[in-house]
Design a binder for this molecule. Structure first.
Ligand code: PEP
Length: 267
């Protein structure tokens, strides 16, 4: 059944909630398999929420095997813009696809900060990912200083508009945006529901300008930044919050599974 979007169509019919775990530089291949097996035991057949785990590159293959026959999808944490070539230490979209990877996190604030990734580079990666049928999870968000100086919406606007430059309407629904205020990542300091919803609604209005309202209504916007089972229900109940990108709480099966259950309860 195709659901035509109209202002009255409930968001849950247009956008399945998505919970993605960003394991960052944690877990050996063996540890990753243990964790994913625990997750699979509880939510491996969950179809009401889309679940994605993003282990480090070195664990992608072993985790892909452990996910076979489950509904859980595999994501990577980064990729290079080029399909192949003399780029020592890098990984291409084609290599990720060959390991059954469906998603790739791009423009995470740690990559912007520690590896000096610019909006222009992130944009090239987004286009390269889409060309290889990888769904990019494009991270945007302001620093504390930017929030305190009132620049939040301007910063997010630049990151969204530059990051998605050249993306076609047809491919835009494969993009996921993650709003991650930098001051909330790994700090235990979560955005209030009002702060998060305000930025999410703003991002959706930008997406509407870029791709038209029906397409914007289909694009998922995740919240990321110290999301935990205790604060997730309120955040996930917001109109424009379609799931979470989870760092710390995705490293333990119990908290990750509880976040999936929180998303299922608000669907
Ligand atoms: C992240 O790094 O994407 C993240 C949201 O981390 P944490 O949940 O630990 O704040």
């Amino acid at each position: 059944m195709t659901i035509a979007s109209s202002p009255s169509t409930p968001s849950m019919l247009l956008r399945k909630k998505l919970i993605a775990g960003n394991w960052k530089m944690n877990k050996t291949s063996a540890d990753a398999v243990s964790l994913v097996k625990e997750i699979v035991t509880v939510v491996g057949k969950e179809h009401d929420v889309e679940i994605v785990v993003c282990p480090p590159f070195t664990a992608l293959e072993s985790v892909a095997r452990a996910l076979e026959g489950t509904a859980i999808k595999l994501g990577a944490q980064n990729m290079h813009t080029e399909p192949a070539g003399a780029y020592t230490g890098e990984i291409s979209a084609a290599m990720l696809r060959a390991l059954f990877t469906s998603y790739v996190i791009l423009g995470h604030s740690e990559r912007r900060t520690f590896f000096k990734e610019s909006d222009a580079l992130i944009n090239q990666k987004v286009l390269a990912a889409l060309k290889s049928q990888l769904k990019p999870i494009v991270c945007v968000g302001e620093t504390l200083q930017e929030r305190e100086s009132g620049a939040t919406l301007k910063v997010v606007q630049t990151q969204v508009e530059h990051g998605l430059q050249g993306v076609s309407k047809e491919l835009a629904t494969s993009v996921v945006i993650a709003y991650e205020p930098v001051w909330a990542i790994g700090t235990g300091r979560v955005a209030t529901t009002e702060q998060a919803q305000e930025v999410h609604a703003f991002i959706r209005s930008l997406l509407s300008k870029l791709f038209g309202e029906p397409v914007a209504q289909k694009i998922r916007i995740l919240y990321g930044g110290s999301m935990k089972p205790a604060n997730a229900p309120e955040l996930l109940a917001q109109k424009d919050i379609d799931g979470g990108l989870i760092g710390g709480a995705s490293l333990e099966a119990r908290s990750f599974v509880d976040l999936v259950k929180a998303a299922a309860a608000t669907k």
